[in-house]
Design a protein around this ligand. Structure first.
Ligand code: DGI
Ligand code: FE
Ligand code: FE
Length: 189
């Protein structure tokens, strides 16, 4: 699918602010893909569609998680996590994207997972460092991303988990599993 067509589809799914974020993630993901030897077209499409379900009503996402037998522990954790797996499902069903690598990058763009592909990592990090992001520590992650994608992802995960803990939020187990997998990768490697 061409970029313009994909952007037209997502634009109808979200508010202006979310669309601007999407453009930022797209541009950042393409740069990271080029730098790290990842398929740029896949990175572009995964980035464009990563927040496809972000603006769907909560009850619709809940219904899809139950009906499609997605991990039920999602329902016991922050609703902010739901748009990632639900997004992958809807992008396949409504947009017709079937590439499993793209769908996986969308499904895990919030939690990550233990065996992330380079494409998964590019989307995760691009989502965190796109130019519109302002959170504390983002500049450090931008700098790390210029040198080492794994270190950038690990730092961003640490920031996210620390931030959520400071707000007394529950941490989704898969987010911790992702963190552990990267700590292992870095300390052994
Ligand atoms: O959709 P975006 O805002 O672009 O970014 P995102 O999909 O990475 O994250 C959405 C939100 O989810 C963000 O505010 C942080 C939150 N989040 C990410 N991982 C976890 C989480 N919330 C909880 N409670 N637990 C997590 O593990
Ligand atoms: Fe998201
Ligand atoms: Fe996003």
């Amino acid at each position: 699918m061409e970029r313009e067509q994909a952007l037209k589809i997502v634009r109808e799914q979200m508010h202006e602010k979310r669309y601007i974020h999407t453009i930022g993630v797209m541009e950042t993901a393409i740069k990271l893909a080029r730098q790290y030897g990842v398929d740029e077209q896949k990175a572009e499409l995964a980035a464009i569609f990563h927040d496809y379900a972000k603006c769907r009503p909560i009850h619709e996402m809940e219904e899809i998680i139950k009906r499609e037998n997605m991990p039920s522990d999602l329902l016991a954790h922050n609703k902010e996590l739901w748009h990632a797996p639900v997004g992958a499902y809807l992008v396949k069903k409504e947009v017709g994207i079937t590439d499993p690598e793209i769908l996986q990058a969308i499904a895990y763009h919030t939690s990550g997972h233990e065996q992330m592909t380079m494409l998964d990592k590019v989307i995760w990090v691009a989502d965190y460092i796109e130019p519109g992001r302002k959170f504390p520590g983002v500049e450090e992650v931008r700098e790390l991303a210029r040198q080492d994608l794994n270190l950038a992802l690990l730092q961003a995960l640490k920031n996210t988990i620390s931030f959520l803990m400071s707000k007394n939020q529950r941490i989704y187990p898969l987010t911790f599993h992702t963190y552990n997998a990267f700590i292992k990768e870095e300390t052994i490697g």
